[in-house]
Design a protein around this ligand. Sequence first.
Ligand code: NAD
Length: 434
Amino acid sequence: MRVAMIGTGYVGLVSGACFADFGHIVTCVDKDASKIERLKNGIMPIYEPGLDALVASNVEEERLFFTTDAAEAIKDADAVFIAVGTPSRRGDGHADLSYVYAAAEEIAGLMDGFTVVVTKSTVPVGTGDEVEDIIRKARPDGDFAVVSNPEFLREGAAIKDFKIPDRVVVGTEDERARQLMRELYRPLFLNETPILFTDRRTSELIKYAANAFLAVKITFINEMADLCEKVGANVQEVSRGIGLDNRIGRKFLNAGPGYGGSCFPKDTLALSKTANDVGAPVRIVDTVVEVNKARKKAMADKVIAAMGGDVKGKTIGVLGLAFKQNTDDMRDAPSLDILPALMAAGAKVRAYDPEAMTEAAHLLEGVDFATSPYDAIQNADAMVIITEWDQFRALDFERVKAALNTNIVVDLRNIYSPEDMAARGFAYTSIGRP
Ligand code: NAD
C-alpha cells in the first residue's frame, strides 16, 4: 500500500517510519525544507529513542522517502495522512486548524483515483466534516473518503506505542475506507491489538476524552500530594494504595510538577472550548486546566521556600528541562514556568538537559546551559530536579556534595527516597512525602 504522510513531526515521522516497517511504501512530506534535508542525510530532526535506526533501515529497503513536494507523495497514494500540528489558537485556546485545512486543500488538488484521507492530527469533533467539505468543494467529482484515526503514541516510547498500541481507533462509515485501514494496520492483528471502528465524530472525541481523563488523573494525584504535605501522609503510598485497585489502575499516578508537553495542555483546553460552545461544559476538565496552570507556577515557590524563602543573588542548578524524560520536546514544559519565576525572584539559573537544551535555548532567556549535571550544580546554592531522566536517577552524591555550596536538593519528580537523602546529609524536599 502507498502512504503519504503530510507533516513529518513527532507523529508524522514516527507513524511514517512504522508504516514503512509494516511493509508499506511511505513518503513523508514536510514544508520545512531543512527538516527534509536532514532526514535525507540520515539526521533525525527530533530525539526519539530507536527512531534513527528504524528510519535508516526503511530508507535502505526503499520503503521510506522524504520530500517537500506534496504532489510527488500524494499522486499515487492510497492513503494520505494529515499529521500536521494543531496548536492552541492564540487568544481563545481553541485548536488552530489552519494547518489541517491547508493540508486538505493541498490534498484536494493533488489526489488521483480513490484516496482515503486520514486525519491523524488531534482535531475537534466535526473537523473531519470540514475536511470533507473542503475537498468536495475543490473536487466535486473526487473519489475519496475522510477518516479519523487519532494517534495515542507517547513521545519517548513512540515506536513501541505505535507498533504495540493498546488500541487503534478508526472513525469512518465508508466501507472501502474501513477495508483500507484494516489492511494498513494488518500487522497489528498478529498481536491482537483491538481495532475499534466508530463513526468519525466519536473517533475524534475519543482522543480528547482520553487525554482529558489522563490529565484529570495526574491532577488528582498532584492535589493529593498537596494534601499529603499538609497532613503528614505519603503520596507515593497513597498512589500505590489506590492504584492496586483495578478500577483505578496504577499508571499516571505519579505526583509531580504538573503536566506539560505538546498534547495535554492544548487538548484539555480545546475540549473545554468545544464543550462550552455546544452548551455541555466539562467542568472537571475546566478545573484541571486551572489547577495545573497554578501548580506549575507554585513549583517555583516550593523551590524558593526550600532555599529559605529568598533566592536573590543565589544560583540554582537545574536538572532536566524537557516536559518528560526521553524527549527533546519543550512544548508547555513545567520548566518554562518554573525557571523564569526563579529568575524573576532574583536567582541565577544554570541548567542541564541531555537532549532539550538546543530547543530550550530559544525559550529560556537568561538561563546558563551546562555540559553535565555536575557542571549545572557547580557552586550552586541548590540542586533542583525537574525532569526524571534516567541519568539523574543514579547521581554520584559525593560529587553532588562536593559541587554544591549547600545541602539543598529539591526533587519535583520524587526520584529519590527522603530517608536515603536525609541519611546522606541532604536537606531534601520532594512532592507529597514527609
Ligand atoms: P509537530 O509540530 O512536531 O509536526 C508537525 C509538522 O507538520 C511540522 O514539521 C510542520 O512543518 C509540518 N506541516 C505543517 N503544515 C504542513 C503542510 N501543509 N505540509 C507539510 N507539512 C506541514 O507536531 P506533532 O507533535 O507531530 O503533532 C501533530 C499532531 O499530532 C497534533 O495534532 C498533535 O496534537 C497530535 N499528536 C501529537 C502527539 C505527540 O506526542 N507529539 C501524540 C498524539 C497526537
